[in-house]
Each structure stands twice: as structure tokens, then as C-alpha cells.
Design a protein around this ligand. Structure first.
Ligand code: SF4
Length: 294
């Protein structure tokens, strides 16, 4: 696998509004899962040839140094810019190595993925959760496996991801669904919303976090429209008419679907508001810090 130079691995988000992340970490550059709506392929992130996965040189050594030098423990978000459980991770084991380091230094983890390969690391996530916070978010956008194969072609289908949630949850790990994005005129149906919430509940998810639209910008929009032309003829013209160059493209049914979604979540007692999810999974003070007080 190609190595790319890296000076740092840990970043600091502008704030902790995304699932309470205190730090961000990306071990890989690029992603080969092929999601047609992927925001990370936008020009503003400067990742050339986005579908080719590369690994950051000396990633674990750099991460170890950084974790050692941090005075503040906290939750490290993983998977914002690329799915850390890409197919190469099976051999590279960079994510597994990073989780070991997080555990050793008393950091928590909040990880986003679409891959059931995360199940390989259940033992480590359980160990992290003993002394810090752990939250595994599996992105699922449709309850329909055939449709997931079209819009997220090179990663496991939705039912396999629900299975991963079931196994993580059975292992006592705080786990839920990232129901983002919702693609206007494709996945924004009442049936999909109801099925998604039901399946989240039945598979042991603690939460389901939604978005009632999709963001589009620059070359990402062009890529998405090309894929619409291939799989949903005529739909890109509709998008152009309705959304023009808008960044956020809300489903025309967003209000109705939001109301339905919330009532379904209440029925199944699933968390769906960011503040409730963060309050439920995040330990206020990692044990490592508490011990320092004494
Ligand atoms: S898994 Fe995430 S990073 Fe990878 S292509 Fe899909 S949306 Fe993009």
C-alpha cells in the first residue's frame, strides 16, 4: 500500500458538537467504498484520486507520541474523512493498532464506519469502554439491501451492517445508526424511515441519528449527478431544477419525515437527539484523570 507523509494524526475539531469528539483521527487517506454521495471527495479537502486508499507513514508512532503528550484525555473521533475499516485494514491493522494505543493511554473512541470489519476489534472497544467512553456509529442510509448496493457499492449491504450493530450491542458496546445522508427522491420515503427505525431497535441500537437531506458541493456534486444519470435516469435534471447550487439539499418531504421519524423513535425508545446521545455514552471524566486528582 502506498504511504503518504504525515506530520500529525490527531486533530482538534472546532468544537465538540459532533458526538462530543475531543479529537479527530484519520489513519488512511482516500476511501474505496464508492458511496455516490460521499462528501469527502469534495475538492476543498484536497484528496486527489479519492477512491485510492493510502496509509499515513509512521501513523502509529506519531499517534503514540501525540497521545503521550496530550494533557487532556478525551474522545477521539475516527472515520470522518475516510472509512477506517477499508478492505486493506484487514492486513494493515492500523486501526487495530490505534485502538490499542487509545486504550493504553486512557482515551475514548467515537468511530463511524459502514464495514462489519469493526467486529474484529470488539475486544479492544470493550477494553476502551472500561475506563473511557466508546461509541460505535454504523452508517446505514436505506433498509433496502439492493438499493444500498447501488448507492454504497463497495462495502457490505445494509443488513450486514445491522448485523454488526446487533453483535456490538450484544457485546455491551454503545452502538447506534448514523442515518445520514437521506437522498431526496431516493431514500426519503416513509417506508424507509419506518423500516430504518424498526431495524435499529430490533438489532439493539441505542440511537439513530438522522439527516433529512444531503450536502452537495463542487466536484462531489458532479460525481453524484453522474451516478444519478447511470442509476436513476432523469433525476439529476430534477436536482438541478430544485436545488441549483445549494450546499444543503433538503428532502422536499423533510418536515413530514422528521415528524414520523421522531414518533417512531419515541415508540421504540431510541435516542435521536445529539445531546441525548452524547450524554448517554460519554463518561464525564476518564478514570486516568480522576486518579491523578488523588
Ligand atoms: S464510506 Fe464514507 S468516506 Fe468512504 S466513500 Fe462512503 S461516505 Fe465516503
Amino acid at each position: 500500500m502506498e504511504l503518504v507523509p504525515a506530520k500529525t494524526i490527531l486533530g482538534r475539531p472546532k468544537d465538540d458538537s459532533w458526538f462530543g469528539n475531543d479529537y479527530n483521527m484519520n489513519l488512511y487517506r482516500g476511501c474505496c467504498h464508492g458511496c455516490i454521495y460521499c462528501d469527502s471527495r469534495s475538492e476543498c479537502y484536497h484528496v486527489d484520486d479519492f477512491d485510492r486508499v493510502r496509509i499515513k507513514r509512521d501513523a502509529l508512532a506519531i499517534l503514540e507520541r501525540e497521545l503521550q503528550s496530550k494533557r487532556k484525555k478525551g474522545v477521539v473521533g475516527v472515520g470522518a474523512m475516510s472509512d477506517t475499516y477499508n478492505p486493506f485494514e484487514k492486513e494493515e491493522q492500523a486501526t487495530r493498532g490505534a485502538l490499542k494505543l487509545l486504550e493504553r493511554f486512557g482515551f475514548g473512541v467515537a468511530l463511524d464506519t459502514k464495514s462489519s470489519l469493526v467486529l474484529r476489534d470488539v475486544d479492544l472497544i470493550q477494553r476502551i469502554a472500561r475506563n473511557a467512553s466508546a461509541n460505535i456509529k454504523i452508517t446505514i442510509t436505506t433498509a433496502d439491501d439492493a438499493l444500498s448496493k447501488v448507492i454504497e457499492p463497495y462495502v457490505c449491504v445494509s443488513s450486514e451492517r445491522f448485523r454488526a450493530i446487533r453483535e456490538l450491542s450484544a457485546a455491551g458496546i454503545f452502538t447506534g445508526v448514523l442515518f445520514t445522508p437521506m437522498l431526496p427522491y431516493i431514500t426519503d420515503t416513509e417506508e424507509n424511515v419506518m423500516e430504518m427505525v424498526r431495524l435499529a431497535h430490533e438489532n439493539g441500537a441505542r440511537f439513530i441519528f438522522p439527516m433529512f437531506g444531503v450536502t452537495l458541493r463542487q466536484n462531489q456534486r458532479d460525481y453524484y449527478y453522474q451516478k444519478l444519470d447511470t442509476h436513476f435516469p432523469g433525476l439529476s435534471r430534477k436536482y438541478r431544477n430544485v436545488y441549483r447550487s445549494n450546499y444543503y439539499c433538503a428532502s422536499p418531504r423533510a418536515n413530514k419525515l422528521r415528524a414520523l421519524f421522531q414518533s417512531e423513535c419515541r415508540k421504540y425508545r431510541l435516542l435521536y437527539r445529539m445531546e441525548d446521545i452524547v450524554a448517554a455514552y460519554k463518561k464525564k471524566e476518564p478514570v486516568v484523570q480522576q486518579m491523578k486528582l488523588f
